[in-house]
Ligand binder design. Structure first.
Ligand code: GYE
Length: 351
């Protein structure tokens, strides 16, 4: 991990304290309003002047609503950037298309928002529009996923999960499990349901898991195919895997939604999932419905990916507003859930 990464658990409390004070002052000076976020079109039509003049205007381009995780991520940002907290949020859902995200970013630039926030669907192809934002003097905050740009001054900072480490965590769990169950010498046939190809979450989780898998000559990755982070596609790709490879021991599914589809496909094919002689499922995200399946043993391990990033975003904007020193990357805290520890955390989950 790059040393410029900040661990939120250790540094966050102090920072959150000062952010809260700042936001309190903003609320105090701006007065209260009813929460709202508006679409790009609404904002262009109605403008956001008048009573909103003192609010910090944020344009947020979200990838889409492909997963339970994504919906929770959107909700967290909308809950943090309220008018009561001093923000005017312009929200745009790009429906999985990069061209829609670029359009939204251009619209935010022409509206001269104070900050642009976006989760890039894939890593490449952002240079031109980010240069336009830089020229307009608008700070760009990346969330969740990363961009691949030559000049990293094209974005101000990034807040998100360490998906490569998530991949390693899944690999390490499998390593440990095979040892504990005396299967470390057996041939282990693995298939990988990948997320959106070329997204940083797909790339990170693939690379992290492969790093561990490459240490074992008896771990065989038979196939890797994209299930696009959705239930339907996850099910479809799992059906293809089951047909092509009759002897699958482990499925690495890069998000819970694809896992839901994959488990359906496996059970419909007459096979079992679970540690007890079934196909072992390694999943990512750890949304509530998936944690229930960890409890019942259908999912062997679920590596958490934390979507509740809204408060971190408010904190980062607070730092920028106060002109304080900013890090280039902020990594959110995450756990690993198995049958052994999951019940302790079930009740805390809101998504
Ligand atoms: O795991 C998945 C989502 O980029 C970390 O995107 C995110 C991933 C998350 O749709 O469910």
């Amino acid at each position: 991990m790059d040393e410029k990464y900040i661990n939120w658990k250790t540094e966050g409390i102090f920072r959150l304290g000062s952010a809260a004070l700042c936001l309190f002052l903003l609320v105090f000076t701006c007065g209260c309003g009813i929460f709202s976020s508006v679409s790009v079109e609404d904002a262009e039509g109605d403008g956001y002047g008048g009573e909103n003049d003192n609010l910090v205007v944020v344009g947020f381009s979200q990838i889409g609503s492909e997963s339970v995780w994504r919906t929770a991520h959107t909700a967290s940002i909308q809950a943090a950037l309220t008018k009561e907290n001093g923000y005017f949020l312009i929200f745009d859902n790009a429906r999985q298309k990069q061209e829609n995200q670029i359009k939204a970013l251009r619209s935010f630039i022409s509206q001269r928002v104070d900050y642009i926030v976006f989760s890039p669907v894939t890593e490449s192809g952002w240079d031109t529009v980010l240069e336009e934002a830089k020229e307009a003097g608008i700070p760009v905050i990346l969330m969740d996923r990363m961009v691949d740009v030559e000049d990293d001054s094209l974005y101000t900072t990034w807040i998100g999960p360490d998906t490569e480490e998530e991949g390693r965590k899944a690999g390490r769990w499998l390593e440990e499990y095979l040892k504990m169950s005396g299967r470390q010498k057996e041939d282990i046939n693995i298939v990988v349901l990948q997320g959106t190809l070329s997204s940083s979450s797909q790339r990170g989780r693939s690379a992290g898991f492969a790093e561990i898998a490459n240490r074992y000559v008896n771990w065989h990755i038979l196939g890797q195919r994209s299930g696009e982070f959705t239930v339907a596609k996850g099910k479809e790709v799992m059906e293809q895997f089951l047909e092509k490879y009759p002897d699958i021991d482990v499925v690495v599914s890069q998000n819970d939604d694809m896992t839901f589809g994959a488990v359906e496909a496996i059970e419909e094919s007459g096979r079992k999932v679970g540690r007890d002689g079934g196909i072992i499922i390694l999943s990512f995200d750890a949304v509530k419905d998936a944690l229930r399946m960890v409890e019942t043993g259908q999912i062997a391990v679920d590596v958490e990916c934390n979507p509740e990033q809204g408060e971190y975003l408010a904190e980062v904007i607070g730092i920028l507003e106060r002109g304080e020193k900013l890090e280039k990357a902020y990594v959110v805290e995450e756990k690993v859930f198995t049958m052994e520890n999951v019940s302790k955390y079930m009740n805390d989950r809101s998504y």
